[in-house]
Design a protein around this ligand. Structure first.
Ligand code: AMP
Length: 575
């Protein structure tokens, strides 16, 4: 039977907080550590990052806090400042309905804010050993009421030479305190600390291979080919994506899609077979460090890659082989949480979906795309959460000085904040929320035409960037699909009726990508993405077709603009 957080004996405020974070059931380490810690036992846990270990020690700590005082009752030691901040943020999130006060204490930043928080009183201190000792010596931090102590990533602390500091701190806390020690390995020195400083600890070890319970939620979205990018962009904004692997059918499709998403400020990279081994490794390193969270790949490129436990697998193109589908979605399904597999399906690809469902004997549910309002609401919510998290945990001495200097020259405080918010959210202008065309069921005649490749009905078309080098049209899945719509194909240089060709004085050598052109024009001039037609990126200049209805507006608002950090000018191509 699957356990719930409630049945572990946590108070309602904590259960509510974890639910809000989307945790449905406890992970294996949580199932085993939380009851022992709630009973008051010491726990020696072998668990790595990603197993849910933070909640495993943080929830019992919060449960056991006496909220009627502001003494430091919980002390968590971490090896690094980054981990201290992460743990503080987690405590803040878990404890937000209890009004828990937490402070992060770490070296390399000013003492002022940390001292101020300590002086005002906090329930929990999260810190690196050096700075914690500093503050004990300064008599700013008293540990005589600490009843719950955690050593997080203890093996890392030992590796970094903090052993003496850690034992000094342990010796300063009351000996009847409860202690939890988490470490990726239970080496001899760790066991030695446990023997000296813990009372009959319960050992909770989580084998790496039992971490993931592959539960996969499978959804599909019915979209026209030309709305796939718009639909994917909305989903990436609204879903809780911590890591995603997006599959395309062709390698050019993978590069094009990655370029488009990059222009929309997503941390993405394409992986394809043509990359050198070194380049692949660099991409993978950046991915493991979290600098990239989205990878776009073909089945071939993804083969042999050690990437599992993605929060999302997206089939940007339906795989034509049901076995490929199974391999692809097997990359998701994380510890205790469902993995999500999303498939974009065009009306005429529905039959593939059926084949896949028959093969896997599992239904794939149809999903509803987020509306424009939902995307905007999600943006506001994420921004608010980020701000409040920072306000709780970070130090703003420099920024406050800067702010004061602006106030001193006469600016209004609220307006400065408003302008700063606009700057912080400026990436959103690179992410137009494009219209999505309603999927249209094809008639029998159209379906036949699609099979025989008759283009009059928009059959087996693939759109590519016009006038660009390399690759046949058929190879080019990717971003132009979303902007060419169902318009008939044109030859390079030929303009579709009703469109006016404009020229931008920057091109391939300046790194301009189709997504930049569409993103900047659509958002700066406030016109729909579909009013923008063919884009021809040449070496030093770019041509773009804009619907004649919108040309004056675009020219008025965008005689000059910025693309890829470069000032560009825009004018009629025939002027
Ligand atoms: P940790 O191992 O503590 O670094 O946690 C890894 C990730 O798992 C974090 O993003 C947590 O928010 C998330 N997480 C922790 N517990 C659960 C849970 N029970 N269900 C789903 N996600 C969780």
């Amino acid at each position: 039977m699957t356990l719930t957080f409630e049945s572990l004996g946590l108070r309602q405020q904590l259960v509510q907080a974890v639910m809000e974070l989307g945790y449905e059931n406890p992970t294996p380490i949580q199932e085993r550590a939380i009851p022992a810690l709630l009973e008051g036992r010491d726990v020696l846990g072998q668990a790595q990052t990603g197993t849910g270990k933070t909640a495993a020690f943080a929830l019992p700590l919060l449960e056991r806090l006496d909220m009627s005082t502001r003494n430091v009752q919980g002390l968590i030691l971490t090896p690094t400042r980054e981990l201290a901040l992460q743990v503080t943020e987690a405590l803040y999130q878990y404890g937000k309905h209890m009004g828990t006060r937490v402070v992060a204490i770490y070296g390399g930043s000013s003492y002022a804010r940390q001292l101020k928080r300590l002086e005002e009183g906090v329930h929990v201190v999260v810190g690196t050993p050096g700075r914690v000792i500093d503050l004990i010596e300064k008599r700013a931090l008293r540990l005589n009421h600490v009843s719950y102590m955690v050593l997080d990533e203890a093996d890392e602390m030992l590796k970094m030479g903090f052993i003496d500091d850690v034992t000094t701190i342990l010796n300063q806390t009351p000996s009847e305190r409860q202690t939890a020690l988490f470490s990726a390995t239970l080496s001899d020195p760790i066991r030695e600390i446990a023997r000296k400083y813990m009372h009959d600890p319960q050992v909770v070890a989580i084998e790496q291979k039992t971490l993931t319970v592959p539960q996969i939620e499978q959804r599909y979205y019915l979209v026209e080919e030309n709305s796939k990018v718009a639909a994917l962009t909305r989903l990436l904004e609204v879903e809780h994506v911590s890591s995603a692997l997006i599959f395309t059918r062709t390698k050019i499709g993978a590069s094009n899609l990655a370029d488009t998403l990059l222009a929309r400020q997503f941390p993405v990279e394409a992986l394809h077979g043509d990359l050198s081994q070194e380049a692949r490794e660099t991409v993978m390193r950046r991915f493991r460090r979290g600098q990239i969270t989205i990878l776009v790949a073909t089945d071939v490129a993804a083969r042999g890659l050690d990437i599992q436990d993605m929060s999302h697998v997206v089939n940007f193109d339906v795989p034509y082989d049901a076995e490929d589908y199974v391999h692809r979605i097997g990359r998701t399904g994380r510890a205790g949480r469902e993995g999500i597999a999303i498939t974009m399906v065009t009306p005429r690809e529905r039959r593939w979906l059926k084949t896949i469902e028959q093969f896997t004997r599992q239904p794939i549910k149809r999903g509803k795309l987020p509306t424009v309002d939902e995307v905007i609401a999600k943006r506001d919510q994420s921004f608010t959460e980020k701000l409040s998290g920072m306000l709780e945990t970070e130090d703003f001495e420099r920024e406050v000085n800067f702010l004061n200097s602006l106030i001193a020259v006469g600016y209004d405080q609220a307006e400065i904040a408003a302008a700063a918010i606009r700057v912080a959210r400026s990436f959103e202008t690179q992410r137009p929320i494009e219209d999505i065309q309603e999927p249209r069921e094809r008639t029998y005649a159209e379906r036949q035409a699609a099979r025989t490749g008759d283009r009059r009905f928009g059959g087996e078309r693939r759109y590519g960037r016009e006038g660009e080098r390399g690759g046949s049209r058929e190879e080019r899945g990717g971003e132009r699909e979303s902007f060419d719509g169902d318009r008939p194909r044109r030859r390079t240089g030929e303009r579709e009726s009703g469109m006016v060709r404009l020229m931008i004085d920057a091109g391939r050598v300046h790194g301009i990508q189709p997504g930049d052109v569409v993103g900047v024009i659509a958002s700066e001039a406030g016109i729909p993405g579909r009013a923008i037609g063919a884009i021809d990126i040449q070496k030093n200049q770019t041509f773009v077709d804009v619907n004649e209805m919108h040309v004056e507006r675009v020219l008025k608002r965008m005689r000059t603009g910025t693309m890829r950090g470069r000032q560009v000018t825009l004018r009629r191509a025939d002027a």
